[in-house]
Design a protein around this ligand. Structure first.
Ligand SMILES: Cc1ncc(COP(=O)(O)O)c(C=O)c1O
Length: 397
């Protein structure tokens, strides 16, 4: 049976992400994966979480297994509110709701504010999960290129002047896929432009805690006095992605609307995982775990950068992140990163993600690709980078 004719116009633009396809090939244990976006599983506090899960099911099982409220488990909301307050991303006019991962927060916000064919600005390149959420609400995606300190503000202003943009989507800290952090000046400028051209900003900050270099930069939400910023964050990268606990903070009125959208979407995020996350925050100091993660990612990132210096040929450029999980590599235009990644996985058993996956137009040619340093041990990082370097040297001959 051909189902094509049954698909809605919302579902039609959704394509299988190359990353998901790549995960299938990566099932081969011989493959060195520099393609993932996960935190290092060795950092998951499995013992602490299993003890907490057992305690909850034993002592509070009826609550953990019952229906909960859509806006989230109250004590967890309080704990996460405290974290958001720490970075001034929560004011007395705001509300918080727990979402099923940050992904759901981004998707719900898109569903609430984006109309068919509306112009939405995204960083070029950007996170595929949000691009797909925006595609599924039939947004017209406009990519604004990135400089080494965040979105190009001249291009942003030109776009806002010439189009009727409703929303700007940004990942200001250790962006996925570039690893770039937006400067404070640009954060202020983005807010000023949003005000001038009357649009909202969706600030996605799942990596903000994972800083291992440079100086802290305030969130855009903390600079916002009008309520233009919808702030989305998550426990995925600092505790565990499998718990699926994220949150959204924005002005109460907008938050109420998002809550109704969530109700029709999944009723609520599972009580059990919310209670586990909450109890972890109460029993342990998560900042100790974050500190350890930053040490590990900082070390692995420096190691990967050193390997790239050693093995990559001249003419290749790459970003130098101050946190997060990713480095973006840009090759001369003669290199097709999609072909490169196909050869890399089949012949060299190394996986990385070509940037077309992060583009508004996935079919456009790209000469850049994303590397991840969080999941592989250092010997595998070196082996993988050495192989990529050899391929690039060969291709550039
Ligand atoms: C930029 C960005 N935003 C949001 C998410 C969603 O993460 P989660 O739904 O696990 O919180 C991710 C995950 O990789 C991401 O990279």
């Amino acid at each position: 049976m051909n189902f094509e004719k049954y698909y809605t116009n919302r579902a039609k633009p959704l394509q299988a992400s190359g990353i998901r396809e790549m995960f299938k090939l990566m099932a081969d244990p011989a493959v060195i994966s520099l393609a993932g976006g996960s935190p290092d599983p060795d950092l998951f506090p499995t013992e602490e979480l299993s003890e907490i899960a057992a305690d909850i099911l034993k002592n509070d099982g009826k609550k953990a297994l019952a229906y909960g409220t859509t806006d989230g488990y109250g004590p967890l909301k309080e704990e996460l509110k405290k974290r958001a307050e720490k970075v001034d991303s929560f004011t007395s006019e705001d509300k918080i709701i727990i979402t099923t991962g940050g992904q759901q927060g981004l998707d719900l916000a898109a569903r609430v504010v984006v109309e068919d064919n509306e112009d939405i600005v995204v960083e070029a390149p950007s996170f595929v999960g949000t691009l797909n959420s925006l595609r599924s609400v039939r947004a017209n995606l406009i990519g604004v290129p990135m400089d080494s300190d965040g979105m190009n503000m001249e291009k942003l202003e030109e776009t806002l002047k010439n189009r009727k943009v409703k929303l700007i989507y940004t990942i200001p800290n250790f962006q996925n896929p570039t690893g770039i952090t937006m400067s404070l000046e640009k954060r202020k400028k983005m807010l000023e432009l949003a005000k001038k051209y009357d649009c909202l900003i969706m600030e996605d900050n799942p990596y903000g805690d994972l800083r291992f270099g440079g100086e802290y930069v305030p969130t855009i939400k903390s600079l916002d006095t009008e309520g233009r910023v919808i702030y989305v964050s998550s426990m995925s990268k600092i505790l565990s992605p499998g718990l699926r606990v994220g949150y959204i903070v924005c002005r109460a009125e907008l938050c109420d609307k998002i809550e109704i959208m969530k109700q029709v979407n999944d009723v609520h995020t599972p009580c059990l995982t919310q209670m586990i996350a909450c109890e972890f925050l109460k029993r342990y100091n998560i900042d100790d775990y974050i500190k350890k993660a930053c040490e590990v990612y900082g070390r692995k990132c420096r190691f990967m950068l050193d390997c790239m210096d050693k093995y990559f040929p001249d003419g290749i450029e790459w970003t130098k992140p101050e946190g997060g999980l990713f480095i973006l590599v840009t090759c001369p235009d003669t290199i097709d990163a999609v072909k490169l990644s196909e050869i890399a996985i089949k012949e060299y058993k190394v996986a990385f993600v070509p940037s077309n996956n992060f583009a508004t137009d996935m079919s456009a040619k790209t000469s850049s690709f994303r590397l991840n340093y969080s999941t592989m041990p250092e010997d595998k990082i070196e082996e993988g980078i050495k192989a990529v370097g050899a391929m690039l040297t060969d291709m550039l001959k």
